[in-house]
Design a protein around this ligand. Structure first.
Ligand code: HEC
Length: 109
């Protein structure tokens, strides 16, 4: 392997070890940003607003994990407007562990 490629891989590994960035990548890979953005509303609410609504509630992480895996119907939603978040039949699959990472990341926005 060429030296430049090794350096590139090392840089990539370093970037991925920054947790916030890795979680944002995960959200990108799972196409969350097709409907959401961190600071502005799209088809879905801004993650900053979601964080403000749920932060401090004991069940926040569990509820967000349910929405992320099952869509709005998993938590008795919609909670924001009439638009519902689809379940995983229409989105890339998100595992329980990935959903937990995404929920924790969203709550920190
Ligand atoms: C097809 C569009 C779409 C995609 C893709 C999507 N969402 Fe949503 N999401 C929505 C809509 C619409 C809502 C608002 C539903 C509601 O009012 O409960 C929402 C709501 C949410 C909420 C807030 C739930 C609540 O009850 O407050 C979270 C958290 C969330 N989405 C996370 C994600 C994550 C993480 C991903 C990627 C894995 C994702 N969404 C992908 C459309 C989408």
């Amino acid at each position: 392997m060429k030296r430049s490629r090794i350096l590139m891989l090392a840089a990539l590994a370093a970037a991925c070890s920054v947790p916030a960035l890795a979680n944002q990548r995960l959200a990108e890979n799972k196409q969350c940003f097709g409907c959401h953005a961190v600071a502005t509303d799209g088809a879905g609410p801004a993650f900053k607003k979601v964080a403000t609504l749920w932060r401090g509630r004991k069940d926040a992480e569990a509820m967000l994990v349910r929405t992320i895996r099952q869509g709005s119907s998993g938590t008795g939603g919609p909670h924001w407007n009439k638009a519902t978040m689809p379940d995983q039949a229409e989105r890339p699959l998100v595992s329980q562990a990935e959903a937990k990472r995404l929920a924790a990341w969203i709550l920190k926005q």
